[in-house]
Design a protein around this ligand. Sequence first.
Ligand code: GDP
Ligand code: ZN
Length: 461
Amino acid sequence: MEFDTIAAISTPMGEGAIAIVRLSGDEAVEIADKIFKSPTNKRLTEVATHTIHYGHLIDPKKNEVVEEVMLSLMRGPKTFTREDVVEINCHGGLVSVNRVLQLVLANGARLAEPGEFTKRAFLNGRIDLSQAEAVMDLIRAKTDRAMNVALGQMDGKLSRLIHSLRQALLETLAQVEVNIDYPEYDDVEEMTVPVLLEKCTWVRDEIKKLLQTSSQGKILREGLSTVILGRPNVGKSSLLNSLVHENKAIVTDIAGTTRDIIEEYVNVRGVPLRLVDTAGIRETEDIVERIGVERSREALKGADLILLVLNYGEELTPEDERLFETIQHMDFIVVVNKTDIPQKIDLTRVQELARNHRVVTTSLLKEEGVMELEEAIAALFFEGQIEAGDMTYVSNARHIALLHQAEATIEDALEAAEAGVPVDMVQIDVTRTWELLGEIVGDTVQESLINQLFSQFCLGK
Ligand code: GDP
Ligand code: ZN
């Protein structure tokens, strides 16, 4: 394939110490050579591949030094895009990095579209579509664990599994072909159906397993949506603060001061939490507070985990009991806070209401019990679960949608085969499943989808 040379800033925008302007394409080396001057006057067109060079960028039109740089030169195909790649490391300031970019653009490169580097890697056969999407997830990954999922996907874990499923379907289709080509042999039909059933059942089960990982994959990527719930003044904001180790939520002595929902993103022992502090679910006359209450109900709907906070120094109120009712079908941990003041709460009753859920006691004032709470959260998440990295996770919405469709079509194929429908009819559903799985790795996708996908990437990747 023929490609022009593209360029973009490939480090995050802002005041980093170093920024990289990346070029990729047939002319990458020639363009860099036009503007680069090393102290020894060596030409970039003559240096060995995968080498780094110190020197200055010169604007050839004005014969003016633009920047002092380190320049890496990598000839294809052993590069990310499989094309010739030049990376110019310059000072991180916005002004200087932009000057470098303008210089390469003025000397023959074109500004890359969002995701175009990754798109080239895909089009040049360096990576498949699911790997390309993993690059995007990687850019957005918020915690180490989410990063591992993205990395696992990028080095082809998901792709390999999808390929083996497609291979099994292809073998089934081959068997069906034999059956269609030699209809006069009855035993071929007899052989075909059991093979078809066996292979399709395996494929369906694997798809099901993959889909089961999808909710956890999503959690790893977006964070476990965690709502801190409780009556006013029990210590919700204090809990948020101690989990965040920052003071972003406002803590006061006046009941009901958390007027708005506050969100924080924290990493508790590798479990990403998206923490939501609420104004408490309760009836209220106060309009301002009611906005908070209504939004709390909203937040509750989408919550993966509830932290219900109670006051150790007060008896349980009917309101507390109502809160237990509200969350009875959800995952929750009870936090009995303020153990530094004399006990009034009936802990036996609390455990009764909590049923099999964990009850943790804390004194946020004295910073006691937070470790235990963090352990309880991590245990809840990883109980009976295999850690990320050990298995293939699906966390990408497009993959999940395709897997659901594939599950449905393979299910149709199985039902038809079991009902004795002629195999050449069953073949249609098997083929469709094969195509749907192919779309995950990009084997059967149309150009427009590819363009749409890559346009979501950050510029410079
Ligand atoms: P919220 O209304 O549920 O968000 O409660 P806050 O976090 O705003 O806390 C209400 C009050 O309780 C504040 O004065 C906190 O300093 C205090 N508080 C929080 N945790 C503790 C604790 O463990 N012990 C004591 N004695 N006071 C606490
Ligand atoms: Zn509060």
